[in-house]
Write a protein of this length. Structure first.
Length: 142
C-alpha cells in the first residue's frame, strides 16, 4: 500500500489501534475539503498495532478532544514536506463541549446555551465530572 507524502498538513501518529474512526468523527474530518488518509492496524514496535491519520491540510485541531480520546497521540505538523512541529498530548484538565452531561436534572439539560464543562477528577481512572452537578461522564466507547 502506498500513501503519498504530505506536503502541508498534519499527521496524527501513535493512535491506539481502532480509535482512528472515533477521532475522525469527533474532529469532524468528514467536513474537510482535503484528502484525509486513515491507516488502521499499522505494525508498531512500541505499541504492537496503531492507527495513523494523515490530513493533507493545515487545520486547527482541538487538542483537548485528542487528549481525551488518547493522550498518547503524537501530532506532527508538516510544512513544505518537512516536519516543523511535533507535539505530545496530555489528558486535559478541563473539557468544554466535548462530552455531554448524562444527568437529566443538570442545569445543562434545561439551559442549552451553557457550555458542557467537565473537570478531570481522577487522572488514573480518567474520570471527568460535570462542573455543574458533578455527575461522572460515561467511559469513552469505540
Amino acid at each position: 500500500m502506498i500513501v503519498d507524502q504530505i506536503e502541508n498538513g498534519i499527521v496524527l501518529d501513535h493512535i491506539k489501534a481502532g480509535y482512528s474512526m472515533l477521532i475522525y468523527n469527533y474532529l469532524g474530518l468528514n467536513d474537510l475539503d482535503c484528502t484525509v488518509a486513515i491507516i488502521k492496524n499499522v505494525k508498531s514496535n512500541k505499541m504492537g498495532k496503531k492507527d495513523i491519520i494523515k490530513i493533507d491540510s493545515l487545520i486547527d485541531i482541538n487538542f483537548d478532544i485528542l487528549g481525551y480520546i488518547d493522550a498518547n497521540i503524537t501530532v506532527n505538523v508538516i510544512r513544505d514536506g518537512k516536519l516543523v512541529d511535533k507535539q505530545k498530548l496530555e489528558l486535559p484538565e478541563t473539557l468544554i463541549n466535548v462530552i455531554k452531561c448524562k444527568n437529566p436534572r443538570c442545569i445543562t439539560s434545561t439551559e442549552q446555551e451553557l457550555d458542557q464543562r467537565f473537570i478531570l477528577t481522577d487522572k488514573e481512572e480518567k474520570t471527568y465530572r460535570c462542573a455543574y452537578c458533578e455527575t461522572a461522564s460515561d467511559s469513552l466507547k469505540i
